[in-house]
Design a protein around this ligand. Structure first.
Ligand code: 13P
Length: 305
């Protein structure tokens, strides 16, 4: 069955001159069929660079929107229109506008997990891979508003020593990984390296050896001589970690860390998306041009190696 679907996707992809981009949290079979998999920064760079006519974005709404902002001449398709991001929905442009009026001298840095409207109201965008570098690049005397993820925000405060104005947003999938989960998993695998995403809560990050974006986790595991890793992020990434490092063991800090939105994408929906050219993700020009400025600045600032 899946062989037939894969054949169909290959044929439709050629017909449509399409490229398939998939986030590291996607179901394994989607990561395997994609032309490119990556973290939010890598996917944004790819979306801006590709010369395909159609981008099928296997991820969530804000990722497809980012591709539509960076590549307005391309058709961007999201195979499931309900694949949203609760974290991105935790701040609206109106709420950000109010915060800006409370701090009129501040620059705004928004995490890429945000709506196009929020990006349009921001000066800089960042991902978990380059948030520290983006904040460090800003003038030392400037106040900075950082939205919407409080946990990534606190990580940036710790790394930069800057006093950010934070928003109380959080990723519902990452906060289910508890301190207790992490302690228990560490007790079972005392020699394992713990890699955590910056969206995890502070106690989980304190128990971790490395705080990395999803693609940085993949690079780290490839270069490391360690044979056991505890992974404190959405469990979808374990598929590729295992594939790329067959001799190592990867253990989820919590089996409950599954993003239901990322898992909405399936082979069947990718076929249908290419057949019917659905769901097209577009951003109105007025919002797009403003949001693009914040995104262009983000894509220019790469994380330190
Ligand atoms: P990465 O940019 O590290 O892949 O993170 C994306 C994300 O949405 C985390 O929840």
């Amino acid at each position: 069955m899946s062989e037939q679907l894969l054949e169909k996707i290959k044929r439709l992809k050629d017909e449509r001159r399409a490229v398939i981009l998939a986030h590291n949290y996607q179901p394994g079979e989607i990561q395997d069929l994609a032309d490119f998999t990556g973290d939010s920064l890598g996917l944004s760079i790819k979306a801006a660079e590709t010369d395909a006519e159609v981008i099928v974005f296997c991820g969530v709404q804000f990722m497809a929107e980012t591709a539509a902002i960076l590549s307005p001449e391309k058709t961007v398709l999201l195979p499931d229109k309900f694949a949203g991001c609760p974290l991105a929905d935790m701040i609206t442009a109106e709420q950000l506008d109010k915060l800006k009026r409370e701090h009129p001298d501040a620059l705004v840095v928004c995490y890429v997990n945000s709506s196009a409207e929020v990006k349009a109201e921001s000066d800089y965008c960042c991902t978990s891979a380059n948030a520290v570098e983006v904040v460090n690049s800003l003038p030392k005397d400037k106040r900075i508003i950082f939205v919407p993820d409080q946990h990534l925000g606190r990580f940036v405060v710790e790394k930069t020593g800057r006093n950010l104005v934070l928003w109380p947003g959080y990723c519902v999938t990452h906060v289910v990984i508890t301190e207790e989960d992490t302690k228990n998993t560490k007790a079972r695998y005392p020699d394992a390296i713990v890699m955590a995403h910056a969206e995890c809560t502070e106690p989980v990050k304190e128990l971790s050896d490395e705080i990395l974006s999803t693609s940085q986790m993949l690079h780290y595991a490839k270069k490391s001589t360690a044979k056991q890793f505890i992974i404190a992020t959405e469990t979808g990434i374990i598929h590729t970690l295992k594939k790329q490092n067959p001799d190592a063991e990867f253990i989820a800090a919590s089996d409950r860390a599954i993003c239901p939105n990322m898992k909405r994408i399936s082979l069947e929906k990718v076929v249908w998306s290419l057949e019917d050219m659905q769901y097209k993700v577009t951003v109105p020009d007025k919002v797009r041009t403003k949001a693009k400025k914040a995104l262009d600045r983000m894509v220019e600032i790469l994380p330190a190696e």
